[in-house]
Design a protein around this ligand. Sequence first.
Ligand code: SF4
Length: 383
Amino acid sequence: MKVTFPHMGDLWIIIKTLFETLDVEVVVPPPNSKKTLNLGTKLAPESACLPLKLNIGNFIEAKETGADTIVMTGGIGPCRFGLYGELEREILKEAGYDFDAVILEPPDGSIPGLLKRIRYLVGDEHSWVRILGAIRFAYTKSVTMDRIEDIIHGARPRLGVEAEVLYRSAKDKLVQATSYAGLEQVVRGLRTEVKGRQLARIEQQSGLEVGEPLKVGIVGEIYTILDPYSSVDVEEQLGQLGAHVDRSIYLSAWVAKHVFLGVTNGYKSLKPYHKLAKPYLNHFVGGHGQETVGAVVKYARSGFDGIIHLFPLTCMPEIVASSILPRVQQDYKIPVMTLIVDEHTGHAGVQTRLEAFVDLLERSRHQRSILSDGERDTSMAAR
Ligand code: SF4
């Protein structure tokens, strides 16, 4: 059995670790690219959402290097994700690609169902203790990856392209790490490196005023916000434009909620979002529409300067969220920019929009500081 799976950002690091620890042969598809998307777009229905098209492209590219079994997650509720596994298998079969498909998320909410599928993939040689140990280690690796990304989000506006070099190096070390101590070491090493370079920069810039970077939250459909190819590198672009980015969903929080059914929280848990979204949207709308609304409230209350709402064309849950966000925006006076992506989205167009948005946020921060200076002067004069 040669197992493959769809890309979703750096998810491949976690799945590769899980299966290789259990001696399952893994074929990691080539990174998402124009070729991947073209392959998927040719076979998928035109109205299908972008992640489905990329998934199909991933599977075809993995088949070319010998994969015969697809592993993917399922879903529930009024969104097409729940149908993806079956739909992709049918599309590929019709096109002459024969795969065995194993869907890993417990669509019926049953952990035993999930464990049964894992047992099918790993065979009978390993004990459950070993399998659960491998799952725990892979999950911890995903939390570590999220911590790394968070550190890089903070480093980009201060270190520019240097942060990308540190990011690549930390990811390479993460792929190689085979122990819990090794994972901790990657985070510690990255923190020290970032801190050292930031201090060096501050020394170089002594005498110049260095302001706090803008804070921008990225919310929206999980695949698009986690996958840099789909998001047209929106996190990196914003970071290089001087913004400190945070994202509403990190991979381990998604795994904790959907695969481990909330037994654990993951990095930056999704749990608070439902309560925060309640005044605007108090029920599940599929995907992460409710989380999107809750995250905008969270960012607005935490003093963020602006929000990017990112999702693929025709994504139903995010269309619902986007019809609600103007109310949140009005209540909290926070700018929200909507970015909808599909196979025609280009880097230059997104870059121009991001530059304009950052410019707007800078001007509005400047105006706020003038107003608060004015208020302070008036109150001092009145004393
Ligand atoms: S959340 Fe949106 S993009 Fe993702 S599968 Fe559902 S409809 Fe498609």
